[in-house]
Design a protein around this ligand. Structure first.
Ligand code: ACM
Length: 544
């Protein structure tokens, strides 16, 4: 199989040598990441020039405008947009298929002949992904933000058929630990879109900061968005940060802008509002949702962040508070899914609380795990009543999984296996293969990270569907997500360093057929892909 592929590539390269002058020839026939389902090569090239028209109508015209805007800075000219009645040779046509289409809502066909380029899809998302592929077929200078002089904008004649393996292809960022300015988030979205990711989980709340304006509870950001100490480090005590209080938050207008920008890139923002733990910032802002409100308000400010062990008191009033927060979250985020965290709750603290013990007995709950489950179920039924779906980390399995819950499996894949076999949807996000806050090389040679070891090749070897999921249940695996927890990621260049190229590998796991997985081939394409990163100034980690 591999030999046949090699022979095919050798033949293609020989044919290309005959067609296109050497200087314009790519190193491989084409280097697309994630690898498309099928690529067939035809003779010749198509050259885009100032005279090339883009033909599209209605919804397709929206995508055409994005294509024109994406090409203009590097090409130094803006292609004209026309409608189908002015069909002409030498054009790029974007078409939405009205009849049956086998490639799904995100799939597309891309056909390039010496006369024209045609992208056809059922939905605008498919056109958008076809455009991402077309950008990668062009010389890498197309990614330059300024005019690239002397480049011939040639693309090889190909027939590409493409669609994703999974419908959930995500990354997570963590502005709670280190705030990420809005513009940086948008840049991150640009690079995600190039890799055909379609979901960005934003970890909006944690012990170190509450980053989302909630009108009903203004202290969440007035108090909770500004820390009294520098970010936590290994073993460090909370440090006083002097006059400079680090932090920040997204106003509701910021969020609307981010959500709209992401949607234009076919990326859904998945908001994560942590509960019942990782809630330190919420508790110092509103001590009444914590276990010992009176004790907390007696503490000096910097101590409050660590008090109450940052776990909510799951009393009915706290449920109401968090549901009120979720009401505003639902107004801001159109995503069907809302993430409520659910991880790493030190429920032992409920054992030590007389009030929580009394509540547990009164509710007839067996133990603290059932109290945890009861609390999560309150959120699940609330979100379901509003037509949304709850997502939580795999700890939400403890004490019984809420009926509508989707599980994000992070402590390995077992949580995902259990949930899928029980008929729940899951997203695979295990530390073993998708924690991009882990070291990607020998720890002595890398910038300080949280720990772990996750080199590129290991990411590429990830298989999101474990054998232990029953055949009829594998459809419950919605897809994959890579995590960029922010404890040790304090700025955007470092975020990009931790994300890429590992996220490029994960993009391929999420999109490309399992049968096409070939690490050597990926590395060859990646080398070409890195020059695209250079053109956009992505601060990726160099290959070993
Ligand atoms: C997690 O890493 N605590 C989900």
């Amino acid at each position: 199989m591999l030999n046949r592929k090699k022979t095919q590539i050798a033949i293609i390269l020989a044919v290309l040598a005959a067609i296109c002058p050497a200087a314009e020839r790519p190193r491989e026939p084409v280097s697309i990441i994630p690898q498309p389902v099928s690529i067939e090569y035809d003779d010749g090239c198509f050259q885009i020039g100032p005279e090339t028209h883009v033909i599209a109508e209605n919804e397709a015209a929206m995508e055409a405008s994005k294509l024109i805007d994406a090409l203009a800075p590097a090409m130094g000219f803006k292609l004209a947009l026309t409608n189908a009645s002015q069909r002409r040779r030498g054009s790029i046509t974007l078409e939405l298929e009205k009849g049956p289409f086998k490639l799904g809502g995100e799939g597309y066909m891309l056909r390039i002949t010496p006369r024209r380029i045609l992208i056809r899809a059922k939905k605008p998302a498919g056109l958008f992904y076809g455009i991402q592929t077309l950008r990668q077929l062009l010389p890498e200078q197309i990614f330059s933000k300024t005019k690239a002089e002397g480049v011939k904008w040639k693309v090889l004649c190909v027939r590409i058929t493409d669609y994703p393996r999974f419908g959930w292809r995500g990354l997570l960022v963590d502005p709670a630990r280190h705030f990420i300015p809005k513009q940086d988030l948008m840049r991150f979205i640009d690079i995600m879109a190039l890799h055909k990711f379609n979901s960005l989980q934003v970890h909006l709340t944690d012990d170190q900061g509450w980053r989302l304006e909630i009108k009903r509870y203004p202290k969440l950001t007035r108090t909770g968005a500004w820390m009294d100490f520098t970010t936590m480090r290994h073993g460090d005590e909370a440090k006083g940060a002097g006059d400079k209080r680090p932090g920040g938050f997204y106003s509701q207008d910021d969020i609307r802008e981010i959500v709209k920008y992401a949607a234009e890139h076919y990326i859904s923002i998945l908001p994560e509002i942590e509960m019942p733990a990782h809630t330190g910032a919420a508790i110092i802002s509103y001590p009444e949702i914590g276990l010992y409100p009176d004790k907390l308000s007696a503490l000096p400010a910097e101590k409050r962040w660590n008090a109450n062990e940052r776990v909510l008191a799951p009393r009915p009033k706290t449920v109401e508070f968090m549901q009120n927060v979720l009401t505003e979250v639902m107004e801001l985020f159109p995503n069907k899914y809302i993430h409520i965290g659910g991880d790493e709750a030190n429920i032992g603290h409920w054992k030590n609380s007389e009030e929580m013990q009394a509540q547990k007995h009164q509710m007839g709950l067996k133990d603290e795990a059932e109290l945890h489950s009861w609390f999560i179920r309150q959120m699940d039924s609330f979100l379901s009543r509003h037509g949304r779906r709850l997502v939580g980390w795999d700890e939400i399995l403890q004490g019984g999984l809420a009926p509508g819950a989707t599980v994000m499996s992070w402590r390995g894949q077992q949580g995902g296996i259990t949930a899928a076999n029980a008929g729940h949807d899951v997203v695979m996000a295990p530390t073993s293969h998708t924690y991009f806050d882990y070291y990607q090389g020998p720890s002595g040679k890398e910038p300080k990270a949280i720990g772990g070891n996750l080199p590129l090749e290991k990411v590429y070897g990830f298989e999101p569907i474990p054998r232990d999921i029953a055949a009829e249940k594998v459809g419950h695996v919605l897809g994959v997500q890579g995590q960029l927890w922010g404890e040790f990621i304090s700025n955007t260049p470092h975020l990009e360093y931790m994300a890429y190229p590992r996220a490029a590998a994960l993009a391929e796991i999420g999109w490309s057929p399992q049968a096409s997985r070939d690490y050597k081939n990926f590395l060859t394409r990646l080398r070409c892909h890195l020059s695209r990163f250079d053109a956009v100034a992505v601060n990726y980690r160099k290959l070993d």
